[in-house]
Design a protein around this ligand. Sequence first.
Ligand SMILES: *Cc1c(COP(=O)(O)O)cnc(C)c1O
Length: 382
Amino acid sequence: MSAENDWSPRSQAARALGWIDPETRAVTPPIHPASTFLRDPDNQYSSGYSYARDSNPTYDQAEALLCELEGGAGAMLFASGMAAAGAVFLNLRPGDHVLAPRVMYWGLRKWLLEFAVPWGLDVDFVDMGDPASVAAALRSGQSRLVWLETPANPLWGISDIAAIAALAHDAGALLAVDSTVATPVLTQPLALGADLVMHSATKYLNGHSDMVGGALVTARRDGFWQGLAAIRHDGGGILGAFEAWLLLRGMRTLFPRVETACRNALAVAEHFHGHTEVAEVLYPGLPSAPDHELAARQMRGGFGGMLSLRLRGGEEQAVAVAARVTLWARATSLGGVESLIEHRASIEGPDTPVPGDLLRLSCGIEAADDLIADLESALRTG
Ligand SMILES: *Cc1c(COP(=O)(O)O)cnc(C)c1O
């Protein structure tokens, strides 16, 4: 699954590896909705395709491009980010010990607590911003997996992938990284020592808020990867052909979208840093952020399109500001071309680590001045 040229990642993405449909010379691939494929007279499948739960030709180019951008040995699309993440944990055995972040995408934290723990995984939630806490929680020979997310939802703390990979490997565990927010434009976890990368492809990879999908990329095509392929195949959490096609189209503009989102996030963060209505701006791109140095070392070309604001007026003001904005869309999710705003605490429920005064912002590709003016006027009125 390697590229057939020596283009830079930006060109690989823009041209989707440069693949041309061999039959028609079309510059974009066809969608293959077929669920089944004809057998040869000798009962073989010379095309390599047999049934759409096994593999689908519409996946091939999207998986190959993502694999190339992450520098992996293989990539697999899933029905959603949660299906991809869940597959990694389901590929372990009841009784296995795993480490997960204290602050992470809340849906996966909820699934770990409500499904994976009752199923039998022994999960410790640790501070992934502190490699010493990770070292202390690892049990040599017993820990099978360390899961981390960086930047981590929705406080945007950074975890040191290289340091944690070394600790995990010393203990005999794998390291998997939810790189949804960083994207392969800003961070390549496999090059830093991670074994697996997970994406909610719903977010930046597709980038247009018009499909739900997930992906895993592996450093090695080993037994663990074969297990993941069996979970997708046998469990059936496959992506539809139309979604795979939309994902490939979305990935062609990944670089300019992520770069614009990073610029907008930095502009918003700088504008509201020290603002009279704002208690704190959480963004690793601000030089005053506690993780700024690590972020600058680990992330290339930007600090991501996500940031959070903590408002002096507390929860009441946060909810009111989200109600008053007009350009920012009041909606969940992230990583699309449209900027989104969300009061996370009311979504995540009573045991969330997220403060009530926090608004999560996903910067899209609109003009930074418009985004800032809209927030300013929402903060001023009321
Ligand atoms: C959205 C998201 C997920 C879950 O992905 P779905 O595609 O919604 O299933 C996991 N991790 C992060 C960081 C996310 O933003």
